[in-house]
Design a protein around this ligand. Structure first.
Ligand SMILES: NC(=O)c1ccc[n+]([C@@H]2O[C@H](COP(=O)([O-])OP(=O)(O)OC[C@H]3O[C@@H](n4cnc5c(N)ncnc54)[C@H](OP(=O)(O)O)[C@@H]3O)[C@@H](O)[C@H]2O)c1
Length: 336
């Protein structure tokens, strides 16, 4: 029997990637796709799905969604997601939330960074953070998972092993990240118009990007002491991909080869983390659920570089990886 699935916010980019992955999944059936206003066939909304999925978009209530789905993937913006998730859970439907709504551990932190009241504050701090490489034990038994942000995935995966093994100082970490334009979603905005972003690179939200507290929360837990990071995101003229170059200080003298070995050892059994000796680039992982990571020691600095596809390992691929764990399917199903 296939697991029945509804995707919320089906007109968007992450939803399109989810649909493509789930169409390859032997144990799932997509039963509904939602939109607030669009009622067209999904083939018209996303022409790359032509002839592959015969469904039209619908504006459904949580009760109607729960009646036809054992699992819901929420591809809605933050706040919108947390307005619907509690009711879905109350009907016994399990939810994978791609928005930021359940990632932070406390409502006051959420409200500081997102400048809005959280619709479901009591659940914060109780929802597993959906990075299987670090929180698999919690994910397998949850009804709701907080799928990580794309930048945090690219920063946390290289940093946590080096912090946990006492190789780098958890202080003075600088994360310099570059993202493709799809990271901003499909809804048009000035900064994502072609003449604005083509042949152009720009930094944005220095010191204020909402992924900062998410990274700090996981780094703090790994180091055991309150940690802040300097995170500078950049918008780059490519459709998809994130490259993060991360600068930190070694605690004691160490070589590149020793750090490569520590990373290899930490992720030895992880199907989607590849520790590479060459410098990773976004095209190496485009369209895949893999993250490529390397490290160099230069003078008294440790430099790690990671590459992911923001829409796959940074969103929909990770969501299916979490789904596979929650529903006891092989973790790599539809992803390799
Ligand atoms: N893009 C990425 O790389 C990425 C990576 C990780 C996580 N995420 C997160 O994943 C979620 C989806 O991202 P996306 O890039 O797919 O966004 P998107 O392309 O903008 O799609 C979001 C969809 O949500 C629906 N929506 C928008 N505002 C809504 C509201 N107020 N209430 C209900 N529905 C609303 C829209 O559908 P209708 O207008 O048709 O209703 C829209 O198609 C976001 O929370 C985002 O932060 C994105």
């Amino acid at each position: 029997m296939a697991t029945t699935i509804t995707i919320l916010g089906a007109t968007g980019y992450t939803a399109l990637e989810l649909i493509k992955i789930l169409l390859r999944h032997p144990n799932t059936e997509i039963t509904a796709l939602t939109s607030r206003e669009d009622t067209r066939s999904v083939e018209l909304v996303h022409p790359s799905l032509s002839g592959r999925l015969n469904l039209s978009l619908e504006n459904l209530s949580p009760k109607e969604i729960a009646a036809q789905s054992e699992c819901v993937f929420s591809c809605l913006p933050h706040i919108a997601s947390a307005k619907i998730v509690p009711e879905l859970l109350s009907y016994g439907t399990r939810v994978i939330d791609l928005s930021a709504d359940y990632r932070l551990s406390a409502a006051d932190i959420f409200e500081t960074w997102y400048a809005e009241k959280h619709p479901d504050p009591d659940r914060l701090g109780k929802v597993p953070y959906g990075l299987p490489e670090l929180f698999r034990d919690q994910i397998v038994k949850t009804n709701l998972v907080a799928n990580p942000g794309c930048y945090p995935t690219s920063a946390i995966l290289p940093l946590v092993p080096l912090i946990k093994t006492g190789m780098i100082e958890p202080e003075d970490i600088i994360i310099d990240s570059k993202s493709g334009i799809s990271g901003a979603g499909r809804k048009p905005k000035l900064t994502t118009l072609y003449p604005e972003c083509n042949e152009n690179i720009s930094a944005y939200n220095i010191g204020t990007h909402r992924h900062t507290p998410e990274i700090e929360q996981i780094i703090t837990a790994a180091s055991g002491k309150k940690t802040t990071v300097l995170f500078t995101p950049h918008l780059t003229p490519m459709d998809r991909g994130i490259l993060s170059t991360i600068y930190s200080k070694p605690i004691q003298p160490v070589t590149t080869n020793e750090l490569l070995e520590i990373l290899r050892d930490f992720y030895r059994d992880e199907p989607f983390v590849k520790i590479v000796e060459h410098l990773p680039s976004t095209k190496d992982v485009s369209g895949t659920n893999f993250v490529h990571i390397t490290v160099r020691v230069v003078g008294n600095k440790v430099i790690t570089v990671s590459a992911i596809d923001n829409l796959i390992k940074g969103a929909s691929g990770a969501a299916v990886q979490n789904f596979n764990l929650m529903f006891n399917y092989l973790e790599t199903t539809a992803l390799i």
